[in-house]
Ligand binder design. Structure first.
Ligand SMILES: Nc1nc2c(c(=O)[nH]1)N[C@H]1C(S)=C(S)[C@@H](COP(=O)(O)OP(=O)(O)OC[C@H]3O[C@@H](n4cnc5c(=O)[nH]c(N)nc54)[C@H](O)[C@@H]3O)O[C@H]1N2
Ligand SMILES: Nc1nc2c(c(=O)[nH]1)N[C@H]1C(S)=C(S)[C@@H](COP(=O)(O)OP(=O)(O)OC[C@H]3O[C@@H](n4cnc5c(=O)[nH]c(N)nc54)[C@H](O)[C@@H]3O)O[C@H]1N2
Ligand SMILES: [Mo]
Length: 715
């Protein structure tokens, strides 16, 4: 099989590509190329989900590709760490220096003194999550646990209904009741919104559960503002009402669920009145919500990532995943729960992770604890080398001050592969130039729809930039790694990307994808897609597990979230029934803390940045505007804070400075700052990551960003 990249041509051509970003929408892109230069990117009008539109972030993708600040050549540090002063070197010098340093560190301290740091700068199967896994496994480096995003949610979801794709997002047009829970669709999952609009035209009601009146909440029929981290209380109280008022689908419960009697007994205590005291949502509102959710079938719950991000986040997702089974929502297209439909894609993860290459017992460090790890607070050898790619930890990891202090260590050897000089790249000893999506071939799954998308390289790599695949080929050669896995070409990897014999891939081949750009998985149409109308859940029992058999094995991190792992990694035992765990940093949990730090900080996604990507582009900065702290006027007045005042947000972990924005629609006691803005653009050399905790949620080692107490004062 051969892959034919488009030949350079003087004519104008349109090349089919795929948006690479870590976003549920994975848009099909059309790249117009003239004389070898890309002149336009657009959404494919024929793709049902992309529907001809990209988004405010990616419309200007060419500014990113041709940014004068692009990293185009390997560079070696010449100034102090963090100064951003570098000199150009050749690829062979860079690779030799990296290999020599890594070998020296391995000889002196053992391979676990090296740690990779990566996530989803690109989501492509080739260049994304697992591209470095075999290299670091062969080296014997510390295993990086990457529970950045939805890991706790996935553990909870899998415990309850298995790793099912759940509802087809395109089926949402058939939903009668759409419950959007901790998801700011109009910013983070834009292409889903037209389906919701269509459902509404057909009579559906749309309710948003979010402490913040986001643009999505404002556009819904109803906004239920609950206290952060109390989602489990609301979901369990809904179950209480549904059961107490006889609103269950008894036939569905009888045939397709297990543990109903125990669940019914468990939720007796979770009355709406009790939930009102936890959530701040009136008991009557909870009753009405439960009745409407149960009564309007098919109903669907769209859960966002923030449900997992507090002490009891896992159990909150458990409770939410139980609700559709209780009311029989799964019976019809458009009913059930929508989390990550990525499980529908038979990605051949093993061919990329190569779990068999890991040495059993190798030290595992969660990337959220990188600051502590660099400070030498972990068991095992000190970290002496970091290799960062596809990620910008200085902005996206908690405990920023400690992390930056660690990156400043003169005895630490840091390599960063990047497209641009991020806050993290500034601390590198060696920077390696990475291609953008227009300069590389890749093949994409999606975590927001059911289409496979092919990304054709549309232009030649700029400067000496290389895809991550090529970077690891060069590094492996320099290290003398001779496993054939390190010599695979991109074409060979594409051929291995999926289990092509899986029923979902029927009619889909590399060639057909190259030709057509994208294809829907071979699954029933959105008008007929109801995979669990008659059970068939990928759980131990094949049913919705109110009593979770998987809980007996303990808390676990699902495959994907740990480098090279394709096994569930069991942890502490878990109560097999859903239950409520209140936020950790609250008055009940720690009164001394909440006296000093009475405000709950939320850090949702920015509208115009993609995590921290695009934070360096003028256009995106203009749309996003300067980072603000949104605060209720009463909380502001109590602190003498006025609109536009410069404020400091702080707790025992750190502090950051930004501008106050007063908003009466916000719950008192809650403050909000969108994540993604860069540290070097900040007012006082720190971003919100300085105050976020490294503590995990109850399941899947999820982060607890929404479980963060702070105080605010005039700066
Ligand atoms: N524009 C844009 N789009 C993106 C991204 C981006 O950075 N920018 N990032 C992409 C990525 S990686 C992801 S994971 C997705 C995430 O997309 P979403 O799931 O939408 O994630 P967030 O924006 O973090 O949070 C969603 C909402 O949860 C609310 N929230 C916070 N804490 C709580 C809580 O305790 N309970 C409840 N009920 N709500 C809470 C926030 O106010 C916010 O409105 O977006 C993707 N799309
Ligand atoms: N406080 C707070 N922190 C959060 C979150 C939150 O809600 N609040 N959300 C979390 C979530 S959901 C996520 S997913 C993570 C995201 O964390 P990350 O995945 O680290 O996201 P980005 O900040 O976008 O950093 C990706 C980097 O990869 C680079 N890159 C892009 N393509 C390539 C490539 O092909 N090769 C190489 N070598 N580099 C490339 C980009 O330039 C960018 O600098 O952040 C988490 N952090
Ligand atoms: Mo994410």
């Amino acid at each position: 099989m051969t892959i034919a990249p488009p030949e350079p041509t003087t004519a104008t051509t349109v090349v089919r590509g795929a948006c690479p970003h870590d976003c549920p929408d994975t848009c099909a892109m059309l790249v117009t190329v003239e004389d070898g230069r890309a002149v336009d990117v657009a959404g494919d009008p024929d793709h049902p989900y992309t529907a001809g539109g990209l988004c405010v972030k990616v419309n200007n993708y060419l500014d990113r590709v041709y940014d004068p600040g692009r990293v185009l050549f390997p560079m070696r540090r010449t100034g102090p760490k963090g100064s951003g002063r570098f000199e150009r070197i050749s690829w062979s010098d860079a690779v030799d220096e990296i290999a020599t340093r890594l070998r020296g560190i391995v000889d002196e301290h053992g391979p676990e003194a090296v740690m990779p740091v990566s996530y989803l700068g690109t989501q492509g199967i080739l260049n994304g999550l697992n591209v470095g896994d075999p290299f670091f496994a062969e080296l014997g480096a510390t295993v990086a646990e990457r529970t950045y995003c939805d890991s706790g949610s996935c553990t909870a979801y899998a415990m309850t209904i298995g790793d099912t794709a759940g509802v087809d997002p395109e089926s949402l047009v058939h939903s009668r009741f759409i419950l959007i829970w901790a998801c700011n669709i109009q910013s983070t999952n834009l292409h889903l919104w037209p389906y919701i609009t269509e459902a509404r035209k057909r009579g559906a009601k749309v309710v948003v559960v979010d402490p913040v009146r986001t643009r999505t909440a404002a556009a819904a029929d109803q906004h239920i503002a609950l206290r952060p981290g109390t989602d489990g209380a609301l979901a369990l109280a809904m179950a209480h009402v549904i059961i107490a008022e006889g609103l269950t689908d008894t036939d569905y419960v009888e045939h397709f669920t297990v543990g109903y009697p125990e669940f019914a007994e468990r939720v007796e205590q979770y009355t709406p009145e009790w939930a009102e005291t936890e959530t701040g949502v009136p008991a009557e509102t909870i009753r009405t919500l439960a009745r409407e959710y149960a009564g309007a079938q098919p109903s669907v719950i769209r859960i966002g990532v923030a449900v997992e991000r507090h002490a009891g986040g896992g159990q909150a997702v458990r409770a939410l995943s139980c609700l559709p089974g209780l009311v029989g929502a799964w019976r019809k297209p458009g009913g059930g729960i929508l989390q990550l439909p990525l499980w529908a894609f038979p990605v051949n993860w093993g061919a990329f992770m190569h779990p068999e290459m890991l040495t059993p017992g190798t030290r595992v460090i969660n990337q959220y604890r990188l600051g502590s790890a660099l400070a030498g607070e972990m068991d095992g050898p000190p970290l002496k080398a970091l290799f960062v790619y596809n990620s910008n930890p200085v902005v996206v990891c908690p405990d920023q001050d400690k992390l930056v202090a660690g990156l400043q260590r003169e005895d630490l050897f840091t390599v960063v592969s990047e497209q641009c000089m991020t806050d993290t790249a500034d601390y590198a000893d060696i920077v390696l130039p990475a291609t953008t999506q227009l300069e590389q071939d890749d093949i994409m799954f999606s975590w927001g729809h059911l289409f496979v998308t092919y990304n054709h390289r549309s232009i030649a790599p700029l400067g000496e930039a290389v895809p991550n695949t090529e970077m690891f080929r060069r590094l492996a050669a320099a290290m003398g790694f001779d496993d054939p896995v390190f010599r695979r070409t991109d074409a060979e990897m594409i051929a291995e990307a999926f289990d092509w014999s899986h029923p979902h891939m029927q009619g889909i081949t590399v060639e057909s994808l190259q030709e057509q750009g994208w294809q829907r998985l071979n699954v029933p149409s959105p008008d007929e897609y109801a995979p669990h109308a008659e059970g068939g859940f990928p759980t131990g029992s094949g049913k919705v597990e109110f009593v979770a058999s998987a809980a007996a094995g303990g808390n676990f991190v699902v495959p994907l979230f740990r480098q090279g792992s394709n096994d569930h990694q069991p942890g502490q035992p878990v109560d097999p029934l859903p239950h409520y765990i209140p936020p950790r940093e609250n008055a009940a949990g720690d009164p001394s803390l909440s006296n000093r730090y009475p405000l709950n900080l939320l850090t949702p996604k920015s509208h115009a940045y993609l995590n921290s990507s695009f934070g360096n582009h003028e256009f995106h900065q203009k749309v996003q505007k300067e980072a603000t702290l949104v605060i209720h006027p009463d909380d502001a007045a109590a602190r003498g804070i006025t609109e536009g005042a410069q404020v400091q947000v702080f707790n025992d972990r750190g502090r950051f400075t930004l501008v106050a924005k007063l908003d009466r629609t916000l719950l008192p006691g809650v403050v909000v700052s969108a994540m993604g803005a860069w540290r070097k653009h900040s007012r006082a050399g720190a971003t919100l990551a300085a105050v976020n905790p490294t503590a995990f949620a109850d399941l899947g080692n999820a982060p607890t960003f929404s479980d963060t107490l702070v105080e605010v004062e005039i700066a």
